[in-house]
Design a protein around this ligand. Structure first.
Ligand SMILES: [Zn+2]
Ligand SMILES: [Zn+2]
Length: 348
């Protein structure tokens, strides 16, 4: 599973999530031409999309959605409240799917787990995307966190998290008083400190990607947002990704962290020779004093394989740079490694 952003902020939002051949766009806050241009930046054409999910009716999330869906015959998934709340004419849309923001559904190879958020819209819903094993949580446009939001986002492999404003900058800034109260209110937007507090309440052991999103250009800076999240993670601020208003961010892949443990398991016959023999891997891990080096023996003996794998995942040091996974196999490209098990299994 991989994901990328076309842009994020009060002047427009759109995110693309891809699992195998299924690609969904979350929100479409840009005009049609601009959306096409930004998709092209990611190597996509509108025909690559399976549809559009809409979080709520604010124009920075929905402005281009209907026109884009009409032009390319794309289905839309939307809550009843958002559909009613948006003034646009939905009568001749190719396909409208009304979702219940508490019920999971799937589109192609992607599972969607929507959840409601407190925001000043009719029925806003955000999403956790899953391929059944890995999960990407996306949360923007929420005035505050709830225990339900925390339950949805805990244990995710990747998070796109709103860091809208710095409370001091907002309060000392030039916004009119009413707007300040709206943005900082329970149904407004998440400030850096609240985002950090939400993050701190989550299980972060699986997190491979953390991206600060919907950053205000008037009341926040990238540095403040990243610093707030980095403090919770105990990492350098530079590791935190940023969803930029103009640039969004490029593709980020969610890796199966224990894939380097898999190739020699349940691999019959000559296919074994395609991958580095188990003993060499063990040796390599010993040399590197890798935290998972002791687990290989247990896996080989077939003892508590599930548990060992789960623990191996937890013991991989955080944060895990994408290249480290492939390094265990030296010659192999990380991308190739990930695909090896499936293609190998399909041979004879
Ligand atoms: Zn917004
Ligand atoms: Zn909004």
């Amino acid at each position: 599973m991989r994901f990328a952003s076309l842009g994020s902020g009060s002047r427009g939002n759109a995110l693309v999530v891809e699992q195998e051949l299924t690609r969904l766009m979350l929100d479409c806050g840009y005009p049609v031409r601009e959306t096409e241009r930004r998709l092209a930046r990611l190597g996509l054409v509108p025909g690559d999309l399976a549809g559009i999910l809409i979080t709520h009716e604010h124009s920075d999330h929905i402005a281009g959605a209907y026109k884009f869906a009409r032009k390319y015959g794309l289905p839309i998934w939307i809550t009843h409240g958002t559909l009613k709340g948006f003034a646009g004419d939905a009568s001749d849309l190719p396909q409208i799917n009304i979702i219940d923001s508490h019920n999971a559904f799937s589109v192609g190879e992607l599972q969607l787990l929507p959840f409601p958020v407190p925001h000043d819209a009719r029925e806003p819903a955000h999403y956790v995307f899953s391929d059944g094993a890995k999960r990407l949580g996306v949360l923007t446009d929420t005035g505050s966190s709830t225990s339900h939001i925390e339950a949805m986002l805990t244990g995710c492999d990747a998070l796109v998290l709103e860091c809208n404003h710095d409370l001091d900058m907002l309060m000392n800034g030039e916004y009119p008083q009413a707007l300040k109260a709206r943005v900082a209110g329970r149904y407004g937007h998440l400030d850096n400190r609240s985002a950090a507090a939400l993050l701190a309440s989550l299980d972060r052991t699986r997190l491979q990607h953390l991206i600060a999103a919907h950053i205000s250009q008037h009341n926040n800076t990238v540095e403040l947002a990243c610093e707030a999240l980095a403090q919770v993670m105990g990492c350098a601020p530079g590791w935190i990704g940023v969803a930029d208003q103009d640039e969004g961010f490029g593709w980020r892949e969610i890796l199966w962290l224990t894939s380097w443990l898999r190739p020699w398991r349940r691999r019959p016959g000559p296919e074994r020779q395609r991958v580095r023999p188990e003993r060499q891997v063990q040796q390599r891990l010993q040399e590197q004093r890798h935290p998972s080096r002791h687990l290989l023996l247990r896996l080989r003996r077939g003892q508590q394989g599930q548990q060992a794998r789960a623990r191996a995942r937890l013991q991989v040091p955080w944060p895990v740079p994408a290249v480290r996974e492939g390094e265990h196999f030296g010659r192999n490209q990380p991308g190739r490694m990930r695909r090896t098990p499936r293609s190998v299994l399909s041979v004879s």
